[in-house]
Design a protein around this ligand. Structure first.
Ligand SMILES: Nc1ncnc2c1ncn2[C@@H]1O[C@H](COP(=O)(O)OP(=O)(O)OP(=O)(O)O)[C@@H](O)[C@H]1O
Ligand SMILES: Cc1ncc(CO)c(N)n1
Length: 267
C-alpha cells in the first residue's frame, strides 16, 4: 500500500473551530490526507468575532517547522494567518531550506468580523518573500485589491489583479469571488499565468460562512498532496466548500462555521 499523503498547515488557531488550523485539519481529514500543523498565533474566537490575538513566538514557529521537516516532510502545505513580518520570514526560510513544494498561500489579512490577522507592514514581506515560493495564492477580493494595489469592481478588474499578482512569480492565482457585491453565482477565477478558468457555483444565501477561505485553501492543499494537478485540486475544493456552505451546521449565535462533513456525505 502506498504511504498516506501528508499535508501541513501553518496558521493560527481558531478556538471556535470553524476557521484557521481547526478548519484545515478537518478538511485534510475529510479528503484522506494525514494532517500536521505549525501554529503561528492563538486567537480567542467564536462565531461572534475575534476576542483576542496571541502570537506564538517566532522561535516556536521555526522549531515546529524544523521538527516537521526533520521527520515528516509534507507532500503539500498551506499557510493561513501569519500575523507579522518575522513569522513570514521564518516560514519562508523553512520552505526554502527544506525545498518544500506544493505551497498554497492563503493571504489571510482581516477576519470577516473585522479583526486584523496580518499586520499592515507585513504585506510587502508576504509578496516579496513568500509568494515567490508558492505554487498558488488564494486571495479574496479585498486581499487581491491590496496585493495588486488596485480596486476591483468588474470581472476585467479581477483578471487584471490576477495578472499583477502573478508578477510576484507565484505560479497560480486563485481569486475567490465570495465577496463580489452582485447576487449572481460565485465565480472563483483560476489564472495559470496564461489562461483564466472560471469555477462557478450557486451563491448560497446564508451568513454562516466563517472559515470558508481556510477550508477552500486546505482542500486545494489536500488535493495537491494526493497528487491532483492544480485545476483538479481547485475544482474539488470548490465542490468541497459548496457542500460545506450548503449544509451549514447552524451552531453559535453569530456567523457560524461550515459543515466539513458534508462533502463526504454528498449524494
Ligand atoms: N455565499 C456563498 N455561496 C457559495 N459559495 C461561497 C459563498 N461565500 C463564499 N463562497 C466560496 O467559499 C470560498 C471562500 O470564498 P471567500 O471569498 O468568502 O473567502 P474568504 O473571504 O477568504 O473567507 P474567510 O475569510 O471567511 O476564510 C470560495 O470558493 C467561494 O466561492
Ligand atoms: C485563526 C484564523 N485564521 C483565519 C481566519 C480567516 O477566516 C480566522 N477567522 N481565524
Amino acid at each position: 500500500m502506498a504511504p498516506i499523503a501528508k499535508a501541513l498547515t501553518i496558521a493560527g488557531s481558531d478556538s471556535g473551530g470553524g476557521a484557521g488550523i481547526q478548519a484545515d485539519l478537518k478538511t485534510f481529514q475529510e479528503l484522506g490526507v494525514y494532517g500536521m500543523s505549525a501554529l503561528t498565533a492563538i486567537t480567542a474566537q467564536n462565531t461572534l468575532g475575534v476576542h483576542g490575538v496571541f502570537p506564538v513566538e517566532t522561535a516556536a514557529v521555526t522549531a515546529q517547522l524544523q521538527a516537521i521537516g526533520a521527520d515528516l516532510p509534507p507532500d503539500a502545505l498551506k499557510t493561513g494567518m501569519l500575523f507579522s513580518h518575522d513569522r513570514i520570514q521564518a516560514v519562508a526560510e523553512a520552505i526554502a531550506y527544506f525545498k518544500w513544494k506544493n505551497v498554497v498561500v492563503d493571504p489571510v489579512m482581516i477576519a470577516k468580523s473585522g479583526a486584523q490577522l496580518l499586520q499592515h507592514q507585513a504585506l510587502s514581506s508576504l509578496k516579496s518573500s513568500l509568494l515567490p515560493l508558492a505554487e498558488a495564492v488564494t486571495p479574496n477580493i479585498p486581499e487581491a485589491e491590496l496585493l495588486a494595489d488596485q480596486t476591483i469592481a468588474t470581472m476585467e478588474d479581477r483578471k487584471e489583479a490576477c495578472r499583477r499578482i502573478a508578477e510576484t512569480s507565484v505560479r497560480y492565482v486563485i481569486l475567490k469571488g465570495g465577496h463580489a457585491s452582485d447576487d449572481g453565482p460565485v465565480i472563483d477565477l483560476l489564472f495559470d499565468g496564461f489562461d483564466f478558468y472560471e469555477m462557478e457555483g450557486a451563491r448560497i444565501a446564508t451568513r454562516h460562512t466563517h472559515g470558508t477561505g481556510c477550508t477552500f485553501s486546505a482542500a486545494i492543499t489536500a488535493g495537491l498532496a494526493n497528487g491532483l494537478d492544480m485545476q483538479s485540486a481547485a475544482l474539488q475544493a470548490k465542490a468541497f466548500i459548496q457542500a460545506a456552505i450548503q449544509n451549514g451546521l447552524n451552531i453559535g449565535t453569530g456567523q457560524g462555521p461550515t459543515n466539513h462533513f458534508a462533502y463526504r456525505n454528498r449524494k
